[in-house]
Design a protein around this ligand. Structure first.
Ligand code: ADP
Ligand code: MG
Length: 242
């Protein structure tokens, strides 16, 4: 079967600076691929290319069966199919949890009021926040707000989810509840690409771990890769980062 995402020698520059130097990587349907690596190695840029937040300068990138390229991609459709969740959750403070979650489906997918309510109930159950539908963001913890942000993404019924260091801004005691939501999505078969510094979590959830270094896929493998690095760079990364 065709993979959900296929990078073929993808290059990306910002001005004169090349930050992705030929990425080749497949994300099979239903798999969880975890990107790890030092700050500045290109992880966020790679994620942002997948949902069209960045355009690529060279090579080919296929997402959900479509080739992405400058100007010709239907970004609206792409962003419906590919959910992305960032470190900052940016909920609307004046809207309830339910309203935050249903805003995009109502606006973009023209979902009716009753259906939107059912959709909210479904996705809030997925993130364990059924009882918070009528709360406002400020009444929730950071972990709960991040789970709402995940629910908001799920409400668009994405085929693929991207997570970029979604627990980095949270207090340590709140990261677990967010990681468990992601684990459950993985178990339910969601295809995802995620960037995390939580190495224990990465080992547990990943079908494939990709170590990025200087804009390249430096090393890749299963969860065991982090225990037995083949390159000096990964060895150094796990020694200093775990
Ligand atoms: P990571 O997520 O692994 O920390 P990034 O993908 O954010 O790495 O960044 C990779 C490199 O690209 C860094 O050197 C960063 O400064 C640079 N970069 C990222 N976004 C931009 C941008 N919009 N303009 C210029 N340089 C950028
Ligand atoms: Mg980043």
């Amino acid at each position: 079967m065709e993979p959900m995402v296929r990078f073929q020698d993808v290059h990306k520059s910002f001005g004169a600076v090349e930050v992705l130097k030929g990425i080749t990587l497949d994300v099979p349907r239903g798999d969880v691929v975890v990107l790890v690596g030092r700050s500045g190695s290109g992880k966020s840029t790679a994620l942002r290319c997948i949902n069209g937040l960045e355009t690529v300068n060279g090579g080919e990138l296929h997402v959900c069966g479509e080739k992405l390229h400058d100007g010709k991609t239907d970004l609206r459709k792409l962003r419906q199919e590919v959910g992305i969740v960032f470190q900052s959750y940016n909920l609307f403070p004046h809207l309830t949890v339910e309203q935050n979650v249903t805003l995009a489906p109502r606006k973009v997918m023209k979902v009716g009021a009753k259906e939107a309510k059912e959709l909210a109930a479904h996705v809030l159950a997925q993130v364990g926040l059924s009882e918070k539908a009528q709360s406002y963001p400020e009444q929730l913890s950071g972990g709960q707000q991040q789970r709402v942000a995940i629910a908001r993404s799920l409400a668009m019924k994405p085929k693929l989810m991207l997570f970029d260091e979604v627990t980095s801004a949270l207090d340590p005691e709140l990261t677990g509840e967010v990681l468990r939501v992601i684990e459950r999505l993985a178990k339910d078969g969601m295809t995802m690409v995620l960037v995390t510094h939580e190495m224990g979590f990465a080992r547990g959830v990943a079908d494939q771990i990709v170590f990025m270094h200087h804009g390249k896929v430096w090393e890749r493998g299963g969860a065991e890769m982090l225990r037995a690095p083949q390159t000096a760079e990964l060895q150094q990364f796990v020694a200093t980062d775990l």
